[in-house]
Ligand binder design. Structure first.
Ligand code: AMP
Ligand code: ZN
Length: 492
């Protein structure tokens, strides 16, 4: 099987992405060569994620996998918003703690990620576990003179930020001063100001702070958690388009005011998922969670394929017909794999100069180059899939013509596996009932757990502790049992 292949130089692709901030394509140019730090706004764990949220999470998964394929080491952080107005209200109404209220939604969020084979980010910080960092950030903003407190709450003074509105193109002067605002906002100097720290009402979950008991504002949470894990300046910040204003605009204002440094460099936003051409809403009866799709017999693998196939800056119109089309595309891929398994390798391998019957080595080179080039071009998923289908066609022709040479079958399988490290949909065996977590990630964690166990056995406790810390930072809890160590994923 191991026929030597002509060495071809591996082309290097310099990715460029559409930056919402500049409204044009820009090269990635990470702060540290070869490394990308990237923050994605995560779920508000007030309810189960809907398929719109999941579209955005799959886009971010494609981004991290594509960056890795293009040679970057990725550190992705996705927060869990477990304290904001809605979770507080629901917990108070239910007479339970915030943690009790959000626990089932955190669990279902991770289950949904697994079911769609979304790779785990390096960190899933929870807002409620980072209150100290948030208080510290408010102090820094206060020290810069851009914050003021009123009646137990602290506000950001938008007038102090001459740059406000750069991301969304928002014109401050056009924002009507008489806009209706929540009644507890009447303490603001200017209705356009936003809350950094919100004073608690009696009976609400709260934390002590220099301004009295209260809780962080939503925008502040993301500023504090992104800087905690990625530093004061980092490479990419992503979310859905609804995050652009005011959420990301306010994150920039707070962070840059506090640090005096540029916050994120590239801002990537995915367009919304709509259903049957309309905004998803419970009243229209077109609001779906992943469980709702499963109840209607959807194939999760087709859901992932559909989400990948539509470019992230285009609206994704979800229909059951489009889901069926995605399933049909996967069937074509599966059929090729089946035919490949059952075909012979009787053709003649190409010589050094390219003479010979088998088109496979050249087809693989083409696939590898075109696939990477498409991803590097602002995650052009349809271009990447087109390269795959050109390849599939070439393989089908080679099978029909009996021109596969010795070793070609293994080469095709390896090329598909390589492409699938980005797509995560090509291997039907990986999509058994229930959907397993991505195998590569699990294997890596198994490796770290085994290394820690080995360090313990040779009584190198410093190394064992270091490995446990590394696992903890990745959201992995290890339990030592008489049968050996077991691990599970947690948020932190
Ligand atoms: P949320 O749980 O509302 O905080 O949203 C989590 C993520 O889903 C954010 O990045 C949102 O921008 C994104 N999002 C919300 N609604 C949609 C939608 N209909 N389509 C795509 N992404 C969405
Ligand atoms: Zn956010």
């Amino acid at each position: 099987m191991n026929v030597p292949r002509k060495e071809v130089p591996v082309p290097h692709f310099y990715p460029r992405f559409y930056n919402t901030m500049s409204r044009r394509l820009e090269p990635l140019e990470p702060r540290e060569a070869g490394k990308v730090g990237f923050y994605s706004c995560g779920p508000t764990v007030y309810g189960h994620a809907h398929i719109g949220n999941l579209r955005t999470f799959v886009f971010e998964d494609l981004l991290r996998r594509a960056l890795r394929r293009l040679g970057y080491q990725v550190t992705q952080v996705m927060n869990l918003t477990d304290v904001e107005d809605k979770t507080i209200r629901a917990a108070v109404e239910g007479g339970i703690s915030l943690d009790e209220y959000t626990a089932p939604f955190i669990e279902s969020f991770f289950r949904d990620l697994d079911r769609l084979h979304v790779e785990r980010a390096e960190h899933y910080p929870r807002a409620t576990r980072h209150i100290e960092e948030m208080i510290e950030l408010v102090r820094r903003i206060e020290a810069s003179g851009a914050a003021y407190s009123a009646d137990g709450s602290v506000y950001f003074r938008i007038a102090a930020d001459g740059d406000y509105g750069r991301l969304s193109g928002f014109d401050l002067d056009q924002m009507r001063r008489g806009e209706r605002v929540a009644s507890d906002d009447y303490d603001k100097e200017d209705l356009r100001d936003f809350v950094l720290w919100k004073g608690a009402k009696p009976g609400e979950p709260s934390w002590d702070s220099p301004w009295g008991a209260g809780r962080p504002g939503w925008h502040l949470e993301c500023s504090a958690m992104s800087m905690r894990y990625l530093g004061e300046s980092f490479d990419i910040h992503s979310g859905g388009v609804d995050n652009i204003f005011p959420h990301h605009e306010n994150e920039i204002a707070q962070s840059e005011t506090a640090t005096g440094k540029p916050f994120a460099r590239l801002w990537l936003h995915s367009e919304h998922l709509i259903v049957d051409g309309e905004k998803m809403s419970k009243s229209l009866g077109n609001f779906y969670t992943l469980d709702d799709l499963l109840e209607r017999g959807a194939d999760l693998r087709a859901v992932r394929y559909l989400f990948l196939a539509v470019h992230y800056r285009k609206k994704l119109n979800f229909t059951f017909d489009s889901l069926a089309d995605a399933g049909a595309a996967l069937k074509r891929l599966d059929e090729m794999r089946f035919r490949l398994e059952n075909s012979g390798e009787t053709g003649e391998a190409p010589e050094e100069g390219g003479e010979g019957e088998s088109p496979i080595p050249a087809a693989i080179d083409r696939l590898e180059a075109d696939f990477s080039a498409a991803l590097a071009d602002d995650l052009n998923a349809s271009g990447a899939l087109a390269a795959l289908f050109v390849f599939v066609k070439q393989v089908n022709v080679a099978i029909e013509q009996g021109s596969l040479a010795s070793g070609d079958k293994a080469r095709v399988v390896a090329a598909l596996a390589d492409v699938d490290r980005v797509l995560g949909v090509l291997d039907p065996a990986a999509w058994v009932e229930g959907g397993a977590a991505p195998a590569a990630e699990d294997a890596e964690i198994d490796g770290l757990v085994a290394q820690r166990q080995a360090a313990r056995e040779r009584r190198d406790f410093a190394e064992a502790d270091r490995l446990r810390d590394e696992l903890t930072a990745r959201g992995i809890a290890v339990e030592d049992t008489p049968q050996g160590p077991r691990w599970k994923r947690t948020a932190h």
